[in-house]
Design a protein around this ligand. Structure first.
Ligand SMILES: CC(C)(COP(=O)(O)OP(=O)(O)OC[C@H]1O[C@@H](n2cnc3c(N)ncnc32)[C@H](O)[C@@H]1OP(=O)(O)O)[C@@H](O)C(=O)NCCC(=O)NCCS
Length: 190
C-alpha cells in the first residue's frame, strides 16, 4: 500500500521533533537542516521568520505511516517580474525551503508516489489556495543541487531567468517556476 505522508503545521512545540533532522553535508544541504532546527530567537530560522512574516510563511512537517519524520516543506510569498524580465513584478507563491532527511531520499523505493513527489504536490495544493497571488510557484536552487533540480523538473518546474546572488558565499542561485494552472491536479491530500 502506498505510504501517504501526513502533514503537520510547524510550530515551536514541535522543535523537539526536528532536533536530529539531517538532510546532507553539502554546502547547499546543511543550511536546510539548520533552518528548521533553529529556535524562535535565531534570526533567519524557520520559527523566527514565521513570526516575522505574520502568517505569510507556512511550514509543515511530513510524517510517514510508521510515524517517522520524513521532511519539511515551506511556502511563502514574493514578487517576481513576470512573464519576462521587462514586465512589472506580480505577487506569487514561493518555496523558500523544502527538505527530506537523507535516509529517506528516493523513498519509498518500490511503492510510489515518492515522498518528494508527495511533498511538492502538497505545496502546489497549498499555493493554489492563495487567490491573492498569481497562479505561479517559484523557487531558487543552488546550481550544483542536481538532485533537487531533477526532483523539481519531475514536478514540471521550468528554469526561469531570475538569479539570486548570495553576497556571503558568492553563489548565483538559479530560479525555477511552475505555472499552477498547468500543474497536474493533486492526487493525495489528507
Ligand atoms: C531535494 C530533495 C527534497 C529531493 O528529494 P529526494 O527524495 O532526494 O528526490 P528523488 O529521489 O525523488 O529525486 C531526485 C532525482 O535525482 C536523481 N539524482 C540524485 N542524485 C543525482 C545526481 N548526482 N545526478 C543526477 N541525478 C541525481 C535521483 O535518482 C532522482 O531521479 P530519478 O527520479 O530519475 O530516480 C532531497 O534530496 C533533499 O532534501 N535534499 C537536501 C535539501 C535540499 O537540497 N533541498 C532543496 C533546496 S532548493
Amino acid at each position: 500500500m502506498p505510504d501517504h505522508l501526513r502533514k503537520i503545521p510547524y510550530s515551536e512545540e514541535l522543535l523537539k521533533a526536528v532536533t536530529d533532522f539531517e538532510c546532507g553535508d553539502e554546502d547547499w544541504e546543511r543550511p536546510l537542516a539548520a533552518w528548521i532546527k533553529a529556535g524562535p530567537g535565531v534570526k533567519n530560522g524557520a520559527l523566527y521568520e514565521m513570526r516575522k512574516r505574520k502568517g505569510k510563511l507556512e511550514v509543515w512537517l511530513h510524517v510517514n505511516g510508521a510515524g517517522e519524520l520524513v521532511g519539511y516543506s515551506a511556502l511563502g510569498a514574493s514578487n517576481w517580474e513576470w512573464p519576462t524580465a521587462d514586465d512589472p513584478r506580480v505577487p506569487i507563491s514561493v518555496i523558500p525551503n523544502v527538505a527530506i532527511q537523507k535516509r529517506f531520499w528516493g523513498c519509498p523505493k518500490n511503492d510510489p508516489p515518492r515522498y518528494s513527489t508527495q511533498m511538492l504536490e502538497h505545496l502546489v495544493f497549498e499555493a493554489r489556495k492563495h487567490a491573492d497571488r498569481h497562479p505561479l510557484l517559484g523557487l531558487f536552487v543552488h546550481p550544483m543541487n542536481v538532485r533537487a533540480i531533477k526532483a523539481y523538473k519531475a514536478a514540471h518546474f521550468e528554469e526561469y531567468f531570475r538569479i539570486y546572488s548570495d553576497d556571503e558565499d558568492g553563489v548565483e542561485y538559479i530560479s525555477m517556476l511552475l505555472k499552477l494552472a498547468a500543474a497536474p491536479l493533486q492526487r493525495v491530500e489528507g
